[in-house]
Design a protein around this ligand. Sequence first.
Ligand code: NAP
Length: 548
Amino acid sequence: MLDAATSSASQSATFDAVIVGAGFSGLYQLHCLRNRLGLSAVVLEMADGVGGTWYWNRYPGARCDSESHSYCYGFSKELLEEWEWSERYPDHAEIRRYLNHVADRFDLKRDIRFNTRVVSARYDDAANLWHVATASGETFTATYLITAVGCLSSANVPNIPGLADFKGRWYHTGEWPHEGVDFTGKRVGQIGTGSTGIQAAPVIAEQAAHLTVFQRTANYSVPARNAPLTREFVDYVKRNHPEIRETMLGTPNGHPFVIENRSVFDVSEEERLALYEEAWEKGGLQFRATFRDLTTSKAANDTAAEFLKNKIRQIVKDPAKAAILSDIDHPYAAKRPPIDTDYFETFNRDNVSLVDLRKTPIERITERGIKTTDAEYELDIIVFATGFDAMTGPLFRLGITGRDGLALRDAWQAGPETYLGLGVPGFPNMFTITGPGSPSVLCNMPVAIEQHVDWITDCIAHMRANGIACIEAERPAALQWSDEVDRAANATLLPLAGHSWYLGANVPGKPRRFMPYAGGMAHYRQLCADVAAKGYPGFVLERALADA
Ligand code: NAP
């Protein structure tokens, strides 16, 4: 084991592993490498606290769409038993409290460098080491580089002409000011109606003088039915952890519910509507699990889509607004399905208006507000709920170069190429937690993250036990995996939402490639386990020179 030491010659601190990011992934990876394997590891984190995505996403209404009792680590029985969530869906502040609790409980903060932004990570072929540099000029050297930067951490502010002219204030939801934003008496414009915009609009509308929602693509949403957890439920969860986790690990998406094994067409229309109604009343992502074929058959999906569009028409009283909100062009759940608290009801408020950008697109931002082809909307504040340069964006920001000085950005010019979402050809000893090609965002994230971190930890343990100095994904394996990622996506309705961030379509110039693995978490877990059990086929393993 290398000691965490600073060599006076190079002024570079040397570790076995540099981990980038102190969210769910980075914290658990540090725990595994340091506390389980006894390696020296450091986490470099650009924020001044833990939380990752949840450190930055503090916008009004920000809360998780996974149910709290499943949105947590499962690796420690004691941790599972001692932590109590307060609501069905935890808000951003409660998730940060949880992650701080984890960091303190496992004494992780002493090995996290906060306020430390990575600007480059370079693989040194001759030394088989990674050199990582930060914005403040510090350098770190490590055998392993592990990216724990999340999938949705690179804010996408659209390049709308005139933003610099705007005399009011503007904010992106993913970089929300810690002190909050006071909307009292303000005229607010919100661009974006994805999961974030759908959470934010109702809360902003309660405070603002007026909220104008600029909608480009109409979206489905199912009520979250968020509520405080009862003592009874909290105790039930404590008593039944093993069973709950067994369910989560057995499902394609890592949630604590099973997908019903019935087709939409196994039941009468009357029965189907009753089942949808029941799922609507229950609320949450579970709506998608009402029938097994909702995500794979367009005809089956149409029945859910129609039910949800009818709900919009019933809730929204103004028929013109209802028509714009229910004019949805993609199958239900082909984009990440939002869940909400009073989103559609918000459009019944007198102080909320809706602009259909499909009919009247934004021309520019002016000093007074937003100008569409139809009108100029005077605003004091613009909220960009416009999403992220997902999955690849956070990795490119690290300035990674691999073998022969190849930049990751160049290697992935035509789209990301990974083996299992964990390793990249040309980038030895680099592991990507929830990288492109992994189930990640199609799964309850902590479940996906723990599997990745466990696999990476076991892989590093295997390398060290067997004198293996270097592991690198093979190109043919990565190409085959890309084909499998495409195949898995094409077996679902996901590619039918042509403008989704899953495809990179939300960022101009980004190559269109379906990025997450849609083959299901349970299946993916088995594939990864098989690769490890067979001695890592698809990866080249090289022994240290002295052992060769
Ligand atoms: P998103 O799903 O990418 O939605 C972005 C929204 O902004 C879309 O409505 C998009 O319209 C619109 N938009 C983007 N550029 C625009 C432009 N130039 N002009 C007009 N409209 C524009 O982003 P998000 O809502 O932040 O959600 C991203 C992901 O974060 C979610 O899918 C989810 O995975 C995660 N998330 C999770 C939670 C949770 O668990 N609670 C909450 C929020 C987000 P188009 O559709 O037309 O592109």
